[in-house]
Design a protein around this ligand. Structure first.
Ligand SMILES: O=C(O)[C@H](CS(=O)(=O)O)OP(=O)(O)O
Ligand SMILES: [Mg+2]
Length: 223
């Protein structure tokens, strides 16, 4: 089942929340670089509060730079800071909002192209009969998120599936065009390499699972 955030079932047995550009590509890059966990915040205010309460946390938000936040929601910019062992607080318009909408799922995975294959492996091992793929962008119509969701679903059925045209579909998406426009106009928080990094399929050996912990939704890599 593919659904938008507003139509998503409140507590599906399994939810795969997909955000290619850029929240869950950023999350995958953070774990690849050794970040320990990502705490999702519903608002920028909550993100800054969570950061202030726990010194050493790094806060990420989408859009232009905001005082108090350490990092942009940009996979290319995330290559610079040392995030090893760090807890990151992340708040974005589509990705983290989508994850919070299905926080009561029995199994909640957050997905993007770099973790597509590992996500499919976790789904296959879960033996769940169905999964709700939550397309976070453009009210459930985001071409990039749909392409990644379709690729992941195909991998569950047939592990030898290759990405085929899926990353190319994402490259032609409205989200990619918006990021390219951001680069042309010099918007803060957008890097020229972001789109390509978001299209790199099957880079990481881990999937990303979110669980409730002390009243928060916390994302960690799972192998
Ligand atoms: O950081 C992003 O690219 C987007 C911003 S928006 O949804 O295009 O306004 O946030 P995300 O939640 O990562 O899709
Ligand atoms: Mg997005």
């Amino acid at each position: 089942m593919f659904t938008g955030v507003s139509d998503a079932p409140a507590a599906p047995q399994v939810a795969v929340v997909v955000d290619v550009m850029r929240a869950f590509t950023v999350a995958a890059g953070a774990f690849r670089r050794g970040a320990e966990r990502i705490v999702f915040a519903a608002t920028q205010e909550e993100a800054l509060e969570l950061k202030a309460r726990n010194p050493g946390r790094l806060a990420v938000q989408d859009g232009p730079p905001v005082p108090g936040f350490d990092l942009a929601d940009s996979p290319a910019r995330l290559r610079e800071p040392d995030v090893r062992g760090r807890t990151i607080v992340q708040r974005t318009t589509a990705g983290t909002t989508g994850a919070l909408a299905v926080a009561d799922a029995g199994l909640l995975l957050c997905a993007s192209f770099p973790v597509a294959r590992a996500t499919a492996e976790v789904l296959r091992r879960s033996e769940a009969r169905t999964a709700a793929f939550v397309i976070t962008g453009d009210d459930g119509r985001a071409a990039a998120d749909l392409a990644c969701a379709e690729y992941s679903a195909a991998l569950v059925r047939a592990p030898a599936t290759d990405p085929g045209p899926c990353p190319a579909r994402a490259r032609r998406s409205g989200a990619a065009a918006r990021l390219a426009e951001g680069v042309r106009r010099g918007w803060g928080g957008v890097h020229p390499e972001d789109v390509e990094l978001c299209l790199a399929a099957d880079v990481d050996p881990f999937a990303m699972a979110a669980v409730r912990l002390d009243g928060r939704l916390v994302l960690r890599p799972v192998s």
